[in-house]
Design a protein around this ligand. Structure first.
Ligand SMILES: Nc1ncnc2c1ncn2[C@@H]1O[C@H](COP(=O)(O)OP(=O)(O)OP(=O)(O)O)[C@@H](O)[C@H]1O
Length: 645
């Protein structure tokens, strides 16, 4: 077997992994950005499948986009690629009796904070006996109805694997190999399942991790595997990857200064590596740009004029901002963003709801309007100060500026209005990779946004002349046989495509009437249950939704800094603006000061951003102080620190 391997062009690290697999050991492939971990992961999967034709391989990764990429690159029936959540759920969902018991037991355990049901104390064992559909996993949480969501799934799965070693045996039997990409952002509950609870079952299988501790950018991730690492049979054997195949020399030099774990990367010696040209590693450029006015247009103009960047080439050039909110104006979806993210009337409603719960206010408000509840609580029943809850200053300013909207909210039935949960993820969640995925668990987009996506997908298919796909995707029920029927379809769709100033609701109705996208039960239901939100969104221009669509489909130069993890582009502009989010501080990043957790978080996101660049990196800082500029000169080089005023 080893001989066969030597004949292939496998990288040394992949050879070492295969050696560990032969010895039945779990492993970790660690390496800095651009070292080729994802590339190695794909090689390992291919080789394992070739050497073990009957074995099944599970590969878990972070995003739906990564799932799709690995699936396409390996394309083998023995490989199951999924997100961690989907993998866990698929493997526990049939154990309904155990799932019910787990949730009840966790809810009754005072030491578990993630799962609680207030209805009774303790929750009786029979609590879920009458559920028709059993315990379900969805993109929203309704524990009383047996519906768990992302966070609860991990807690419940961890409980089940700890309690039932048989569950581990079943999975090990099913998958001889389990690989986890981007392990550093994996929840500890998941790591415990695979590295601690799995040991309770005698059966053997291989668990392999791939990732980089310096790129752990989500707070709920494990960060590193230090406590599980070692050279022993039952520990995780680490194989480091030292080379960098992506970044040019100047970016590698900068990245080495940014790493806080002392790991130093060298450029690859492979003449075919992407960062080599004519057998020599590319130099690339690194720039630290700053100005006092913070005008990012000027930055773009500078890069276009002096460094030949082309922001219209979306595959080559990206601008990375910390938050979607910082992108909303530039990409043109500000109104929608504010509706989902900054509605202070909804924040006030949530404040009231919390107040009622925390003060055990027993009044039955089920027949009251929101306005009546506000009145009762603002006056303070019986003059007791405890029972008053007023808007905060920010809420009051919003209410004063939106009196019509507030009056409308006050007219709504409190029992419906109070249940309405609105979150920016319902607008902005990851793009799903194909049509079917829209309905799959894991998509946090709400049913209104999903419907608008469907309309715009159909418009895009037609515009790009993919007529067969268009006819399959639309609800167009008429047979397109005669020339006359083709003409009608063309007229209908041309009319729809020309959205002009039409509102979202006008387009929904148009698309329905023309048979391009029918109004379904889910949308009708949304309109009823989330009337307030629907009424806000319906008046926004559809062309604004199209801007959001373009952004989420990757058709703009913008990306958030988090979502760029794992990607690479020729030219990368990183905007160092925390957008008022105190979890990050770019000034302190340069001064290496401030709260250690904020500093660590900022260092890691900055490292991830800088290492996306395959050719040229530019960083923009609005109004840095002298110390920041001095440090920038150390990191980027004197000549590369440029004031743009
Ligand atoms: N053995 C190889 N042969 C040719 N190209 C490679 C090889 N390994 C990696 N590459 C290329 O080098 C680049 C970086 O590799 P990859 O994306 O796998 O790095 P990574 O370690 O996963 O990076 P990150 O940590 O930033 O996600 C990619 O363009 C990849 O296709």
């Amino acid at each position: 077997m080893v001989e066969a391997r030597l004949n292939t062009n496998l990288e040394p690290e992949v050879q070492q992994i295969l050696q560990l697999i032969d010895e039945g050991r779990n492993f970790l492939l660690s390496g800095g950005a651009g070292s080729g971990k994802t590339y190695s992961l794909v090689s390992v999967i291919r080789q394992v499948i070739a050497e073990n034709p009957t074995a099944k391989v599970a590969c878990m990764t972070y995003t739906n986009a990564a799932v799709k990429e690995i699936e396409e690159r390996v394309n083998h029936k023995n490989l199951n690629v999924s997100t961690i959540h989907d993998f866990l759920w698929d493997n526990i969902k049939h154990f309904q009796k155990e799932l019910k018991e787990a949730i009840i037991s966790l809810a009754n355990n005072e030491n578990v904070s993630g799962i609680s049901i207030d209805e009774a104390n303790p929750i009786p064992k029979s609590y879920f006996n009458t559920l028709i559909d059993g315990i379900q996993y969805k993109e929203f949480l309704r524990l009383r109805e047996g519906i768990i969501s992302h966070d609860e799934l991990l807690i419940v799965a961890n409980y089940l694997f700890e309690k039932y070693p048989k569950l581990s045996s079943i999975i090990k039997h099913k998958y001889q190999f389990i690989f986890i990409d981007e392990y550093q952002d994996t929840n500890k509950a998941v790591i415990d399942i695979f590295l601690t609870h799995f040991k309770k079952s005698e059966r053997k299988n291989i668990i392999g991790f791939f990732g980089d501790a310096m790129q752990s950018i989500y707070d709920d991730g494990i960060g590193n595997l230090d406590e599980y690492k070692g050279d022993y049979a039952d520990t995780v054997n680490e194989i480091p990857k030292k080379q960098n195949r992506r970044n040019p020399q100047l970016v590698i030099d900068l990245a080495n200064k940014l790493r806080t774990d002392g790991i130093t990367q060298e450029p690859s010696t492979d003449p075919n590596a992407p960062n080599m040209f004519n057998g020599v590693v590319k130099q690339g450029t690194v720039l630290f740009l700053y100005s006092t006015d913070g005008n990012i247009k000027k930055v773009e103009e500078f890069l276009v004029a002096n460094h030949a960047w082309d922001f219209s080439n979306l595959k080559q050039t990206k601008e990375l901002n910390l938050t979607h909110n910082l992108i909303a104006d530039k990409a043109g979806f500000r109104t929608l963003m504010d509706i989902y993210n900054k509605d202070q009337i909804l924040s006030y409603k949530d404040r009231i709801k919390k107040h009622i719960k925390e003060n055990n206010i027993a009044t039955d408000f089920s027949e009251n309007t929101f306005g009546e509840v506000v009145e009762a609580l603002q006056q303070g029943k019986g003059g007791r100060e405890l029972n008053t809850v007023r808007p905060t200053n920010t809420m009051q300013v919003f209410i004063d500026g939106n009196t019509e909207l507030y009056n409308y909210a006050k007219s709504l039935k409190y029992s419906d209005f109070s249940k309405m949960y609105v979150d920016k993820d319902q607008l902005l969640d990851d793009k799903k990779q194909d049509e079917d995925d829209e309905n799959k668990k894991g998509s946090k987009r709400d049913n209104l946004i999903k419907h608008l996506f469907k309309i715009q997908n159909n418009i895009s298919l037609y515009k790009s002349k993919r007529y067969n796909e268009f006819l399959r995707a639309t609800d167009y029920r008429f047979k397109i046989t005669s020339i006359a029927s083709k003409r009608i379809l063309k007229e209908n769709i041309d009319n729809l495509v020309d959205v002009g100033d039409k509102t979202i609701e006008e387009i929904i109705i148009d698309a329905n009437e023309k048979g391009i996208c029918m109004i379904n039960d889910k949308l009708v239901n949304f309109k009823e249950k989330k009337e307030y939100l629907y009424n806000r969104v319906k008046n926004v221009r559809f062309s604004e939704f199209q801007k959001l669509y373009e952004y989420l489909e990757g058709q703009t130069p913008f990306s958030t800094q988090h979502k760029t993890k794992g990607s690479e582009f020729d030219n990368v502009l990183v905007i160092l603006d925390n957008g008022g989010w105190n979890n990050y501080n770019f000034g302190n990043l340069f001064l290496e000061t401030g709260s250690p957790t904020v500093l660590d978080r900022t260092q890691k996101i900055f490292y991830v951003c800088c290492t996306r660049a395959k050719e040229n990196l530019a960083v923009f800082f609005h109004n840095p102080n002298a110390q920041v500029i001095a440090k920038a000169k150390v990191w980027f080089g004197n000549d590369n620190v440029i004031e743009l005023n």
